[in-house]
Write a protein that binds this ligand. Structure first.
Ligand code: BES
Ligand code: ZN
Ligand code: ZN
Length: 485
């Protein structure tokens, strides 16, 4: 990640290779540069970026003009910063003059820079020989702001880098090839990337059996890489409440015996995106020193077909004691989450939030950029949606209907049905199933990130191709909100 600092320097005096200059649609343009920009086709239309030589008008030899709306929101600035950073390929230092009006906007710019600079290169072979073949990395970025001398502004920039590091960590885990990140490796990676303030314990398959985690074991039993449960505990002395985070960690979802068609399987390394998000967010919350206790549960298994796999028709006994009739082994996320949610309830958390790439139906309903939020408590749901807005993630509340509760409880054989053969309202059914594992009276929210977790198209703004780190920023904001009470 580049080093981002704040400076009171003016655009004219900023010392960098490139001056990134935000131009609002209602700005009066600098006459000299304005003419050059117009000549180069800059119209100020949304998302436009045009670079020109500065010709001595400012200290930096190159100016990159970035079009902004007349009154940009923090998210507009976050995106503009990310877009500009991606256009800065081959540049070592840059100064960002995007005219933030508040400390929050300064932080958004810093986040956009760190998130836009993300690249996953671990699997590119090192080019031998010529120096010119080595990618130039953006090392230093200065954000121009009148707030530069204020402590809260420098702290906001430092905090933004902690948040972005967490998002980028989650992206890395999602981007890892699934053969290289199987359950034991993923569990170990979470532990390796933790901090001293967070205690990490891992349950292996023997311990999971002793602890009656029939959901996680049932999903994992078809794979020759055994399942894991990772518990992360952050409990500061000044904690004002206790938040439990539960994440779906399917390192690869083949569908199991209810195997997926090839095309649907292609991106299923992203199916541990929820566990990645809750683990990364827990570490970030600890690094930020927020006064809230957090217990994270990453429910990790690989969903594979084999002679030992769970079959449609099998009955699993879950951690909670409830029995579940399995009808479709591709609806595995709810089974691993059920054990994590039961454990979160046992931990007596004040709030429970789970994050999961749970249903294709959520993608059908809300598309690839919006997560679904469901739950049992209007206040918590509103806090999640509000946090997502501030964080710059798009989330939308969906209901859990009585109809779905009836279907979940309609098994003739066991206590619960895992799967509704009718696809209508699949996201709602899944959430109704999860709710069965939440203690009566504990506020709970479920984030279905199936759409936003993975970007199988090109990069845009601060969102790269591949893993996006969806959910991380919202969870951290939510923890801030809950710890302010
Ligand atoms: N991991 C998938 C959901 C998913 C779909 C995530 C698309 C990301 C992108 C989940 O385990 C799954 O397969 N769900 C099934 C459930 C169905 C069998 C009830 C689905 O959505 O089709
Ligand atoms: Zn599945
Ligand atoms: Zn899945």
């Amino acid at each position: 990640m580049p080093t981002v600092s704040l400076t009171t320097a003016k655009p004219t005096t900023a010392d960098a290779e490139v001056l990134v200059l935000g131009i609002r649609s209602d700005d009066d343009r600098d006459v000299q540069l304005g003419e050059l920009l117009t000549l180069m086709g800059f119209t100020g239309e949304k998302n436009q970026i045009v670079s020109v030589p500065s010709n001595g008008t400012v200290k930096a030899p190159r100016v990159m003009a970035v079009a902004l709306p007349a009154e940009p929101t923090a998210e507009d600035l976050r995106r503009a910063a990310g877009r500009a950073v991606r256009a800065l390929k081959g540049v070592k230092s840059a100064a960002f003059a995007l005219h933030p009006a508040t400390v929050e906007e300064v932080a958004a710019i810093a986040e956009g820079i760190h998130l836009g600079a993300y690249a996953f290169n671990q699997y590119k072979s090192k080019k031998k020989g010529k120096k010119a073949d080595q990618p130039v990395e953006l090392g230093k970025v200065a954000i121009l702001s009148a707030f530069a001398r204020q402590k809260i502004a420098t702290k906001a920039v430092d905090d933004a880098s902690v948040v972005a590091q967490a998002v980028n960590m989650a992206r890395d885990w999602v981007n890892m090839p699934p053969g290289d990140l199987r359950p034991p490796t993923f569990a170990q990676a979470i532990s390796d990337h933790s901090v001293p303030a967070v205690k990490v314990t891992i349950w292996d398959e023997k311990r999971l059996a002793k602890e009656n985690c029939g959901g996680i074991l049932g999903v994992g039993q078809g794979s020759d890489a055994p399942p894991r449960l990772v518990r992360l505990t952050y409990s500061p002395e000044n904690a004002v409440s206790h938040l439990a985070l539960v994440g779906k960690g399917i390192t690869f979802d083949s569908g199991g015996l209810s195997i997926k068609p090839g095309a649907s399987m292609q991106t299923m390394k992203c199916d541990m995106g929820g566990a990645a998000a809750i683990a990364a967010a827990t570490v970030a919350i600890a690094r930020l020193g927020l006064p809230i206790a957090v217990t994270g549960f990453a429910c990790i298994a690989e969903n594979m077909p084999s002679g030992s796999a769970t079959r449609p028709g099998d009955v699993l006994t879950m951690r909670s004691g409830a029995t579940v009739e399995v009808h479709n082994t591709d609806a595995e996320g709810r089974l691993v989450l059920a054990d994590g949610l039961a454990l979160a309830g046992e931990a007596k958390a004040d709030h429970i939030v789970d994050v999961a790439t749970l249903t294709g139906a959520a993608v059908v309903a809300l598309g690839n950029y919006t997560s679904a939020v469901l739950g049992n408590n209007g206040d918590l749901i509103q806090q999640v949606v509000d946090s997502s807005l501030t964080a710059g993630e798009s989330m939308w509340h969906l209901p859990i209907t009585e109809e779905m509760q009836g279907l979940v409880r309609s098994s003739n054989l066991a206590d619960l049905r895992q799967h509704n053969p009718k696809p209508a309202g699949g996201t709602l059914f899944a959430a109704a199933f999860l709710r069965e594992f939440i203690p009566e009276g504990t506020p709970w929210a479920h984030l279905d990130i199936a759409g936003p977790a993975f970007n199988d198209g090109g990069a845009s703004d601060y969102t790269p191709t591949g893993g996006t780190g969806a959910g991380v920023r919202t969870l951290i904001k939510l923890a801030e909100t809950l710890s302010a009470k």
